[in-house]
Design a binder for this molecule. Structure first.
Ligand SMILES: Nc1ncnc2c1ncn2[C@@H]1O[C@H](COP(=O)(O)OP(=O)(O)OP(=O)(O)O)[C@@H](O)[C@H]1O
Length: 283
């Protein structure tokens, strides 16, 4: 993919877009099973890409590998042109994992979790700034959780915890949003609100990479679909008509995520942002 044409001494030249994520011949084996089997993929800045596929096809594994969270057994990945071990600009990436792992962890409040989204923007020697606090407050407001800021995150419903993760991402003000099944377990109104918010982020030039089984209201935003089947890319291009795994031949997705009764409407989060260092990507 290329960026719009620039002009150099009157001559039109095509400027390559910056590649946010690249995987070349990526292979991953877990417990002796090959989960990704030779994936080539590049996500350019400004793209809005949906990774689709049946249960167990490797979507989450692909996303986590692109973020450098799972080591490859073959091939290579790059974040903004750097190998994950050499990548330093973690503030550029905001990751919303499928769920918050809080069981057995140190108790944390909603505000503390959301504040962790600012860590990659902070200097080791600098205390939390007014800008950090403002970004956290804005992100909490934008997901409609301002009134729950002081509550232990364990006290929130599953849907609300997902909004905490979204707020954490928003708080870091990243360039790229990576969302693993952002519509799973979220009611229809919240999905529409999420779509509006993503639309604002995309309009602001952000890149979006998301995993979804059903895109629902996110569908019009998607510029490219990558379909996985048994760890291989079987489609990479324009979203199919009636995009979503349901539209694909052989779709056999099982829906384990019932809409969560506690997942209320996301109230007004827009072009704030996310970010977190790799060690903060997966609480
Ligand atoms: N840590 C692990 N160890 C062993 N196998 C794993 C591990 N994580 C995932 N797998 C397996 O890898 C396969 C792909 O899992 P992954 O979560 O990437 O699929 P997915 O397409 O995201 O599925 P879903 O739609 O159900 O979320 C599955 O068969 C899963 O059981």
């Amino acid at each position: 993919m290329t960026a719009p044409v620039a002009h150099d001494l009157g001559k039109a030249v095509t400027v390559p877009a910056t590649t946010a994520f690249r995987m070349t011949a990526g292979r991953i084996s877990l417990d002796g099973r090959e989960i990704l089997r030779g994936v080539d993929l590049a996500i350019e800045e400004g793209e809005v890409v949906a990774v689709l596929g049946a249960n167990g096809s490797g979507k989450s594994t692909l996303i986590r590998a692109l973020l450098g969270l799972i080591p490859l057994s073959g091939g290579a990945t790059e974040l903004y042109g750097a190998a994950p071990a050499r990548f330093r600009q973690w503030w550029r990436i905001g990751y919303v994992p499928q769920r918050l792992s809080v069981g057995g962890g140190v108790p944390a409040t909603v505000r503390e979790i959301v504040s962790s989204g600012r860590i990659s923007r902070q200097s080791r020697f600098r205390l939390t700034s007014a800008a950090d606090k403002a970004a956290v407050t804005r992100a909490l407001h934008e997901v409609g959780l301002s009134d729950r800021a002081g509550d232990p995150v364990q006290a929130l419903s599953g849907g609300q915890q997902q909004r905490v993760l979204i707020a954490r991402a928003l708080a870091g003000e990243p360039d790229v949003f990576v969302l693993d099944e952002p519509t799973a377990g979220v009611d229809a109104a919240s999905q529409r609100h999420l779509a509006d918010t993503l639309a604002g982020l995309i309009q602001g030039g952000r890149t979006v990479l998301l995993v979804a089984h059903e895109l629902g209201p996110l569908e019009p935003l998607i510029t490219r679909a990558v379909v996985l089947k048994e760890g291989c890319v079987v489609h990479d291009g324009p979203p199919p008509q009636a995009v979503g795994a349901h539209a694909l031949p052989g779709h056999d997705h099982v829906h384990p995520h019932a809409p969560h009764p506690g997942a209320g409407a996301l109230s007004g989060w827009s072009d704030a942002a996310i970010g977190s260092r790799a060690e903060n990507l997966d609480l």
